[in-house]
Ligand binder design. Sequence first.
Ligand SMILES: *Cc1c(COP(=O)(O)O)cnc(C)c1O
Length: 378
Amino acid sequence: MASNVVPAAIPQTDPRAGYLAQRAAIDVAIARVLEGGSYILGREVEAFEAAFADFLGVAHAVGCANGTDAIELALRACGIGPGDVVFTVSHTAVATVAAIERAGATAVLVDVEPGTYTMAPHELSRALQMSLPGRPAAVLPVHIYGQPADLSALVEIARKHGLRLIEDCAQSHGALYRGRSAGCFGDIGCFSFYPTKNLGALGDGGIVVTNDASLATALREMREYGWRDRYVSARIGINSRLDPLQAAILEVKLKNLEADNARRQAIADRYDEGFAGPPLAVPARRAGASHVFHQYVVRLAERDALRDHLAAAGIGTGIHYPVPVHRQPAYSGRLACGPSGLGVTERAAPQILSLPIYPQLADEAVDRVVATIRDFFG
Ligand SMILES: *Cc1c(COP(=O)(O)O)cnc(C)c1O
C-alpha cells in the first residue's frame, strides 16, 4: 500500500522550520516593532544586545547589519587598515577575507588543521617568521562549522607578537572553549545572524562583542557615521545598524539557542553512531571544547558520487566551501599565504560534504540519511 509513497525530501537546512517552531512569539514581536513607530536602533536593539552579551558572558555587544560588516567594524575599531597584515584562513566564507580588504588591510592566509579545519597555530607561527606584505597586526581565526579553533595556542601567539585577536564566530554561537564562550577570547568576537546560522534572523543581521569598553564605544560610533552625539561625527564611520525588527526576532530565538544547539549535538551524535562502519571520516572533536554543529561535515574521496546518490534519494547536502578563497576568481594569484602553502585546505575542498542538520530535523530523517549513505557503500 505504501510502496508508491515517495518519502518527503530532506533539505540540508531549513530556516523556515525555525520560524514556524516559534511562530506565535515571533509574530507578536514583529507586530510590537511595527506598532512601536521607531524603526532604527532604539530599545529593541538595545534589549537584544544586552541579552546576547549576557548569554555569552561578555561585557558589551553592538548590533550591526551583517557578519561581514561585523568583521570590518572590528578591524577598524582596532585601528587596523592600510599597511596592516591580518592572518586568517582560506577555508572559510569569502566574507572573512572580503571584510579584511574592505577595512583596507592585507590578508595573509594560513593553512588549517586537517581534523578540525580551523587555523593551525604552528602555521601561524611559521607565517610570522616570513617576509610579510605589511606590518603584522591581527590574527582572525574562524570557528568553522561551530567548533572553536585552538584558542589557547592562538591567544599565546597573538600575545607574544603583539597582535590583535579577532574571532570570526559566524558559525559558532554558543560554542564553548574550556568553559567560556567563543567570541570572548580575543579583542572582539564577530557574529552573523544570516538565517541559516545557529542563531539566525529572518533577514540579515550581525553583532560584535568585546570586554573592552573603549573598543565598544568605537564600535558604536563607527556603525553609525562615527556619531558620538547625533550629527557629531567623532571619527570616520559607516552605516551598519542592526534592524530592530531583526533584533526583536533574534531576542525570541535567543531564548531557544541552547536547546537548538543541544538538538544539533544530538543529531551529530546520531550521525557519528550511524557511520561507525562505512569508510567516511566523521567530524573531529576538539578536547576541552564544545562543537555546536552549524554544519556536520563528513569527508570521503567519492564525495561527488555520494552527493548524487543522496540527491537521487531526495536528500539535500551542501559543500562548505567548494572553492577556497585563494582560488576564487576575484582573489586568485594575489593573496599571500604562509610558507607551507595551503595544502590541507586544497585537499579538503573536493572531499568535504555537509549533511542535513538543523534543530527541527527529526530522528527518522537522520536515520534515513544514515541508511542512504550506508546503502551507497554497499
Ligand atoms: C556567514 C559567515 C560570514 C558572513 O556573514 P554575513 O552575515 O553573511 O555577512 C562570515 N564568516 C563566516 C565564517 C560565515 O559563515
